[in-house]
Design a protein around this ligand. Structure first.
Ligand SMILES: C[S@@+](CC[C@H](N)C(=O)[O-])C[C@H]1O[C@@H](n2cnc3c(N)ncnc32)[C@H](O)[C@@H]1O
Length: 282
């Protein structure tokens, strides 16, 4: 059976040839997953021989990765805000840019904020669950149009011990919400990729992630603009609104927020200095 070192050498080269990002990190993470270890534990284990079962499992996972299946789906989890979240096909893999929504909520709201938050388009539930974890008094409603995201959000809420403060509903935007000003915090990372940009995305995204989680209608702005128009009906006066968007959509969304009657409207940049999150008050 191959040793750890031999597996790393073989698959690092195979991943590089297949155009997989970070080939060495990828094989190390898959090896650690198969062996049930943290990646750091592989250090010094180069001559350790895999069992036949481990070797077969590794071979199967690596072959799928070489065909550009996303690493997160193969591992069954991904990290967000320093915590591990279950992910699987049918839900978007959380992106690092989205952590900006949490960073802003923490910057703009005191930790003992009470009341209700809503996460529109919850996907794996990273925003809803992280808000419940960071704001211990907050109750959170997670909404999605599709059922798989709601299942995975429920799983992640249970795994992180916040299920008693997190509710879920299947809904198109906020259409079925009664017009009651209930929410103190409204967050969303809606689909916002343009139909023109979509075919140019990486094979991992195009062939494996749900298109409905990514494409936001004409100019990528249809759903984000519709959501902004609906927010006024459910937000308490002064409620904080945080919405992630594409790097060229800042101006259009500020206009949409103004039309929706929101106040104190501005755009925050992400770590790369690109327009990324609309910030406003109801
Ligand atoms: C970009 S993903 C964001 C997922 C998660 N919040 C995150 O940041 O990783 C957008 C989510 O919105 C959901 N969605 C798409 N259209 C929707 C709609 N009309 N109403 C509610 N949710 C919708 C998708 O199913 C998907 O889970």
């Amino acid at each position: 059976m191959p040793t750890i070192r031999q597996s790393i050498d073989h698959w690092r080269a195979a991943f590089a040839a297949a155009g997989v990002d970070s080939p060495r990190l990828t094989i190390e993470l898959l090896l650690a997953h198969v062996l049930g270890l943290e990646r750091g534990a592989l250090l010094g284990m180069g001559e350790h021989e895999l069992t036949p079962v481990q070797s077969a499992q590794l071979e199967a996972l690596c072959a799928r990765r070489a065909r550009r299946e996303p690493l997160a789906y193969l591992l069954g989890y991904w990290e967000f805000w320093g915590r591990r979240f279950a992910v699987r096909p049918g839900v978007l893999i959380p992106r690092p840019e989205t952590e900006g929504v949490i960073a802003l909520a923490k910057k703009l709201l005191p930790p003992d904020t009470r009341g209700w938050a809503v996460d529109i388009g919850c996907g794996s539930g990273v925003l809803a669950v992280t808000l419940a974890l960071e704001f211990k008094q907050l109750r959170v409603l997670a909404l999605d149009l599709h059922s798989m995201p709601l299942q995975v959000t429920a799983e992640n809420a249970r795994a992180h011990g916040v299920a008693s403060r997190l509710w879920m509903a299947r809904m198109d935007g906020l259409a079925a919400m009664p017009p009651v000003p209930l929410f103190d915090l409204i967050v969303s990372n809606p689909p916002y990729v343009t139909p023109e940009d979509y075919p140019g995305l990486q094979p991992e995204v195009l062939d494996h992630e749900p298109q409905a989680a990514l494409v936001g209608g004409k100019a990528g702005l249809e759903l984000p603009s519709r959501l902004l128009a609906q927010i006024a009906r459910i937000a308490k006066p002064g409620a904080l609104v945080l919405m992630e968007h594409g790097m060229e959509q800042g101006a259009a969304l500020r206009e949409a927020a103004q039309r929706a009657g929101l106040k104190d409207i501005r755009t925050e940049e992400d770590y790369a200095g690109l327009d990324r999150i609309l910030v406003a008050r109801a």
